[in-house]
Design a protein around this ligand. Structure first.
Ligand code: ATP
Ligand code: MG
Ligand code: MG
Ligand code: MG
Length: 575
């Protein structure tokens, strides 16, 4: 590729809404361009990175025996009604109607459609196992799209779905995928950890997240440096042998009564006196149909004027609170887009394990919102003093320094970015959708399933969080937009420079190297700044002076200075 024919568009300054380094650098390097909240154009330079990520994923999925297909982005609601997710999924699911008023969804994931395919196509045990995958556009109406491609609303995911005859075969398919994921993330050249994740309602142990280690990661990971124990925080807390720490945490782990609760319940749950002052409440209202089934839930953040006493706002006592209940953890997370750490105690539907999160506590106060656009409120607290950041660790069920569950050492905590997730599903979807196959005895059996995702467009953002410096991105070779850039200095003045640049470019191309020749005629300073920002790992500079001795300059993006290398030796440096 020649730079004059390609499209390069770099910026000196990052836009004001870019908070994390990957978002800033992706915008400045011209990899992406914003179209709307959480919606981006993948510009030519960025698309090259995404295509390389896809190619590696595709190669390893094929190697692992998965077969590629493509499912529609827009999917009929009927299938989603069969599993109940059309109603249950909440506002992350984008629902649309066609001109006839028929309901559709824009796929956030594709269990329903693949299960529909499976129930029609996989009729006999002889066709099993099968693993189908796609690399396809997803849409999730994230409450807080942010950090550029890291948490977009439209993004690309590789999603795979395995089908097996029984649980042990399904678990074997899961292990094949978990192994393939290790190969994939090894090839990207990133530092990552596979951590045990909570498999939620399905139970069992078979769920792992692949987390790229980065200080800016949204997830907390618990691991043991002396062994291979690693889990995400939710999973680690669920298993914590020592139980909750500190009085607040103890109060929070009490099992709450489902259904309507009063402030007295909250006070008891929090372990605070009823006279504790509060400034805000997160409440919910349920709209029910004639059959008494909940058809819609609204979550409300109520800011109280002045300080209120728990007593005073006892639900039963305050007429305007009638019909409200306290919101659950999941509802708070979904509606306010934040993990309900300190607000967690208000959720009353299940035993509460989650307590204040370090990241949130460092923000000092919560940022919350109501169910309305641009109605976000900062500084939301319970009236009780928030703990000092250092004390927050004590509120967790799991803290650094605890013994690891395998007894081999102490636990440490770090932050990560979830780039992949493998999950054993069992028969959750096949039973809901009646997807069966005939076993050897001709008897119908539900298909055993697993699902496996990789955030294709999140991955480059994670790679940048881990690999950058003050000048810009430093791509691992495997996913760099170009592996090598050839930078001739004074190409218009020197025939020798021009000829060498052209022939080196041709040689590298012939050797299968992904090379770009910068023939734009930029001044050296601007030209180098561009490529350092874009993050091409290998640079070859050609100038008249060193060329007299048959030499060019080679510099890796991580090197402090260039070294002189004979033209004939360049290939060895970049391969
Ligand atoms: P998160 O916890 O970050 O919201 P998730 O657990 O909801 O992610 P999964 O349903 O497990 O995501 O989807 C598989 C993969 O898709 C994730 O591991 C992640 O890499 C990617 N992904 C999920 N949501 C987004 C998003 N909004 N933008 C970009 N990538 C995403
Ligand atoms: Mg999510
Ligand atoms: Mg997740
Ligand atoms: Mg996940």
């Amino acid at each position: 590729m020649k730079a004059s024919q390609f499209f390069i568009s770099t910026l000196k300054e990052a836009p004001a809404d870019a908070e994390v380094v990957s978002h800033k650098l992706m915008m400045r390097a011209g990899l992406i361009k914003k179209l709307g909240a959480g919606i981006y154009n993948y510009m030519p330079m960025g698309l090259r990175v995404i295509r390389k990520v896809e190619a590696i994923v595709r190669e390893e999925m094929n190697r692992a025996g998965a077969v590629e297909l493509t499912m529609p982005v827009v999917q009929p609601a009927e299938l989603w009604q069969e599993t109940g997710r059309f109603e249950k999924m909440g506002p992350e699911l984008l629902r649309i109607q066609d001109r006839h008023g028929r309901d559709f969804v824009v796929q956030p994931t594709s269990e329903e459609v693949i299960t529909d395919i499976a129930r029609q196509e996989l009729r006999s045990y002889k066709q099993l196992p099968k693993n189908f995958y796609q690399i396809q556009t997803k849409f999730r109406d994230e409450r807080r799209p942010r950090f550029g491609l890291m948490r977009g609303r439209e993004f690309t995911m590789k999603d795979a779905y395995s089908f097996d005859r029984d649980p042990s075969a399904a678990k074997a398919s899961y292990q094949v995928m978990a192994q393939a994921y290790r190969r994939i993330f090894d090839r990207f050249g990133l530092t990552y950890r596979a951590v045990a994740a909570d498999s939620g309602a399905i139970g069992g142990d078979l769920s792992e997240e692949f987390q790229v280690i980065a200080a800016t990661g949204e997830d907390a990971i618990v691991y043991c440096p002396q062994s291979d124990y690693a889990a995400n925080m939710e999973k680690a807390e669920a298993l914590a042998p020592s139980g909750p720490r500190g009085t607040a945490a103890k109060a929070l782990t009490k099992t709450a009564t489902p259904g309507k609760s009063t402030c007295a319940d909250v006070a008891e749950l929090l372990g605070v006196p009823l006279s504790t002052t509060v400034k805000s409440l997160v409440l919910a209202t349920d709209e029910t149909n004639d059959a008494g089934e909940i058809v819609k839930t609204q979550v409300w953040l109520l800011l109280l004027r002045g300080d209120h006493d728990m007593n005073e706002i006892k639900v039963a006592k305050v007429p305007w609170l009638e019909g409200f209940r306290f919101a659950t953890l999941g509802e708070i997370d979904e509606h306010f887009g934040c993990k309900p750490g300190y607000l967690g105690p208000i959720g009353l539907k299940k035993p509460l394990k989650i307590v204040a999160d370090r990241e949130v506590a460092l923000m000092a106060d919560w940022i919350c919102g109501a169910n309305e656009v641009d109605f976000h409120i900062t500084g939301v607290n319970w009236g009780r003093d928030l703990p000092e950041p250092d004390a927050v660790a004590d509120l967790r069920n799991v803290v650094a320094g605890d013994r690891s569950p395998d007894g081999k050492g102490e636990l440490a905590i770090e932050r990560g970015i979830e780039v992949g997730h493998v999950f054993y599903l069992g028969t959750k979807y096949s039973r809901a959708m009646n997807a069966t196959f005939l076993d050897e005895n001709g008897k119908p059996q539900p298909l055993e399933m697993g699902c496996y995702g990789i955030g294709i467009t999140r991955l480059p953002a994670a790679a940048i969080e881990q690999n950058h410096d003050e000048r810009g991105i430093i791509w691992p070779d495997a996913i760099a937009p170009f592996t090598v850039v050839v930078c001739p200095v004074g190409m218009d003045r020197s025939e020798a420079v021009k000829a060498t640049a052209e022939s080196l470019y041709a040689d590298l191309l012939a050797a299968g190297v992904d090379v770009i020749l910068d023939d734009r005629g930029e001044r050296p300073g601007a030209m180098f700044a561009d490529w350092e920002l874009i993050g091409v790992p290998h640079r070859v500079t050609i100038g008249d002076k060193s060329l007299k001795d048959g030499m060019v300059e080679y510099q890796h993006r991580r090197d402090a200075a260039a070294t002189k290398v004979a033209v004939v030796d360049i290939l060895a440096h970049v391969k």
